[in-house]
Design a protein around this ligand. Sequence first.
Ligand code: FEO
Length: 402
Amino acid sequence: MSSFKISDSVYSVGILNPNMRIFDIVMSTAYGTSYNSYIVKGSNKIALIEVSHASYFDSYLDNIKEVCNPEDINYIVLNHCEPDHSGALADILKVCPNAEVVVSTAGSLYLKNITNRTDYRTIIAKDGDTIDLGEKTLKFINAPFLHWPDSMFTYCEEEKVLFSCDMFGSHYCEPYVLDSRIAYPSGYEEAFLGYYNAIFAPFKKFVVAGMSKIKNLDIDTICTSHGPVLTKGNRLEYALEKYAEWSVLVKNEVTTIPIFYCSAYGCTEKCAYAIADGIKSVIENACVEVLDINAKDASTLASKINSCDGFAIGSPTLNADAVAPVSNLLNCIDAINCKKKPALAFGSYGWSGEAVPNLIAKMNTLKLNVFEDGFKFQFVPSETDLKNAFEVGKRFAEMFNS
Ligand code: FEO
């Protein structure tokens, strides 16, 4: 990729990574991604907004050089310090000796350990602060938890451009910078939703707060940090509408307590149904789905475990632990919004039975409201075991009535 002129004074100098298939170790990216970065030229000064991934430094620097001499850059604005945006900072500072790094207060706390350098000047941008580039002004808007504590937006009023950091982004990569030339709209929409679900869904109330901070701004262009640049009349309105729609906080109409399980020989499965019956005997109208983890896709399960009022999760013991699909599902829990959610562990075991205590330890780490010591039984559940499971379900359900 080379540089691209977005307007008279705004240039894209970011990097395309069409072959990326897993982002941040866990997030699948079927359409690749981009590490967007921009230059804003005023009549007196130049700002570089966002940096880039460390791995692509040489190509990134070539893009910058197409627009300006790096030595002429006065400000490097980091809307967010995660390494996909800050990884190349330490190297870029070597070729931009006159640049001051502009970050939020929270960002300033991270910078030292991200660059492992202290030999540069920083400016801490407070909410509403501005920098005059000469006929172009950059205004900084703190946007905490969108999606890190350090996140902020940068707005250029004269150009009607919002640099929105990760918000409104997508892991979607095509040769074109602008959204007016998206070749596969359905692929883009899939990537845009997937990105929201992975990055912003845990922070809905902060999305609502961030949207209200920008709602009165005159915006023609949103320069995101990943994926196409959004423009009025193309995808800009779509992005704003979808974020508003997806971020409405919805309460379950009835108490929703799914039971997730894995079962090799049907023993843990039988217990799952007995617990479900126990719950329903206490809360008649509860929605209690019994879900075989191996029969559902990961995103459906993640959505259910994060949106429910409480859940039970069952695993047999294998190799002194819970089985991997069960552990993986717990790893999908949004630890911020699921704090204190009631949770019950259960499962069959052969001779040692570590699965249930290990699940409980993990659930405690997530600060869930863990029910008793869970419920485990040896080998095939007897009538007594199933009665006990039913009683456990009843007692668990009482947590929701209190
Ligand atoms: Fe694109 Fe949160 O980094």
